[in-house]
Structure formats: C-alpha cells, structure tokens
Design a binder for this molecule. Structure first.
Ligand code: FES
Length: 279
C-alpha cells in the first residue's frame, strides 16, 4: 500500500513538473513519495523479517507426527511470506523508479544547449563599425593614439560584439603574420570583453599602447595582438580584423579571431578553426 502510494506520488510529481510545475504540489507529492517508501520499508522490516533469532536442539530420532505437521504448516506459511516479499520488492523498485523518473525532469530546467553561441558574435564579413553615438566609423575618424568603443552595424550595444577600436602608428605594429592585413591605416580592433572574467576593458594607455581592464588590472599589448603582459588574464583579446570598403568605411573581415571573454570552455580545446589555444 505504502509503496503503491509512493509510485503514484512519483508519477504525479513527474506529470506536474512536465506540465509546467507548481512548487507546492511538487513538494507535497515528493513528501508523499518519500514517506511512502519509508513507511513501506518500516512495514517490511517489522512484519516480514521477524527480529528474533530462533534455535532448536537436534533430535536423535524421527520427529513425532505432530511436529512434522507443524513444520509443514510453517513451510506453507513461509511460501506465502516469500511471495509477499517478491511483491514488496517489485513495489519498492517501482516506487524508486517513479521517483527517479521525476528527478530526471529538472534537467529540462537547465535550458536549451548554447550550441556554438559561445564561439560566435554578430560580427560578419563586410559589416561596418558603429560607435557609441550610433555613427558608422570612417577611416579618417580617429586621431592616432585615440580609441573608441564600436559595435556591429546591425547590433548596436551588443554585449558580445562590443570592441575597442584604436588607431596607432602602422609602422609600430607587431601583429602575427596572418593578421598583418587586418589593421588598415593602423586601426586595430579587439574584443572589449576581458579574457579573465569578462569585465569590459575601459582604459587605453596611449604612452605604452596598452589596454587595461579595471577589474583586476589585466593589461594587453595593443601592438602585438593584445597579448596579456600583466595581470591574471591568460589569453589575448580576440582581434577583429578590419578592411576599408569602397565608401571609406571600416568594415570587419569576419568574426573575432577566437571566442570572446573568459575561456572556461576552451580549457580542453576550442572548436575547429577557432584558433584558440588551451589555457
Ligand atoms: S576581469 Fe579583467 S582582469 Fe579580471
């Protein structure tokens, strides 16, 4: 009875959760299921497993007829008990299974898989840069050694697309060879999301050409591809390679050169082609 109640409560819990959930009902059903299992185990131990230890001295000859009858009676009773034990065992498994099934449903609360969204931002090839005032950035926009925050043309204000645009002396750049054509007129552009814990990089030190994160002082060398030179960040800021379109606007060549922000998910390895080194 108690195990049956626990099975019903476990199934009810699964159904209530599946249909959207209701905290009070779920709590009540969980309590009934646990009490049912507990009550069933108590009954089982008290009624079907006699606690007393029984011993009988060995007889030297054949038993008396009355004793034989008594033994036969006990064996029949034992058979019945064994059948009840099997039934109870099955009910217990059923109750635990129903409760286990209900416990699986909260996995749904983790939400949809992020897929590759951790590795992609709104930036696409040919997309223009929009500054904080909403203006599209032209190639003559910035003075040398000044910087501004930019967003993808189609996603102004986007958290993962935000980037810092800095203009430096082109002859001072020491970018990796495969990025040499990504800094027209000395414009370099990096993700604004710190690779330590994700704070927005807010400070540009023009004298040393360094970007500094205000949270824990991670410092990145702008001229050498935003390699970290100080602080806890272990990974460079991903770069947005640029070019100039026919109307003199700065445009992206594609997405960032790697995943933005903290790289917990890159500890083993980044996605194929992401160019991300393990931390
Ligand atoms: S979040 Fe930037 S240094 Fe920690």
């Amino acid at each position: 009875m108690a195990f049956s109640l626990a099975i019903l409560a476990g199934l009810g819990l699964a159904i209530v959760y599946w249909r959207g959930g209701q905290t009070q009902i779920e709590g009540a059903l969980l309590a009934v299921a646990l009490i049912g299992i507990g009550g069933g185990l108590i009954y089982w131990s008290k009624q079907l497993m006699p606690p007393a230890e029984v011993t009988e001295p060995r007889h030297t000859g054949p038993s008396a007829d009355e004793d034989r009858e008594a033994v036969e009676g006990s064996l029949s009773e034992g058979e019945e008990r064994l059948a009840r034990r099997t039934l109870l065992g099955r009910l217990l498994i059923g109750a635990a299974g129903a409760l286990g099934l209900a416990a699986l449903f909260p996995i749904r609360s983790l939400g949809p898989s992020p897929g590759d969204t951790l590795y992609r931002t709104p930036w696409r090839a040919g997309m223009r840069l929009r500054d904080e005032t909403g203006r599209l950035v032209k190639v003559d926009e910035l003075e040398q050694d000044s910087f501004t925050t930019v967003f993808p043309e189609t996603a102004p204000g986007s958290a993962d697309g935000q980037a810092v645009l800095i203009r430096v002396d082109p002859s001072a750049l020491r970018l990796p060879a495969d990025r040499a054509d990504g800094a027209p007129e000395g414009y370099v552009c990096y993700s604004k999301v710190c690779t330590h814990l994700g704070c927005p990089i807010g400070l540009y030190l023009a004298a040393t050409h360094e970007l500094r994160c205000p949270c824990h002082q991670s410092t990145f060398d702008v001229l050498s591809g935003a390699e970290p030179v100080y602080g806890p960040a272990a990974r460079p800021l991903p770069q947005l390679l640029l070019e100039v379109d026919d109307d003199d606007y700065l445009v992206a060549q594609g997405d960032f050169t790697g995943p933005i922000g903290p790289g917990y998910w890159t500890i083993d390895k980044g996605p194929e082609g992401s160019g991300v080194d393990p931390l």
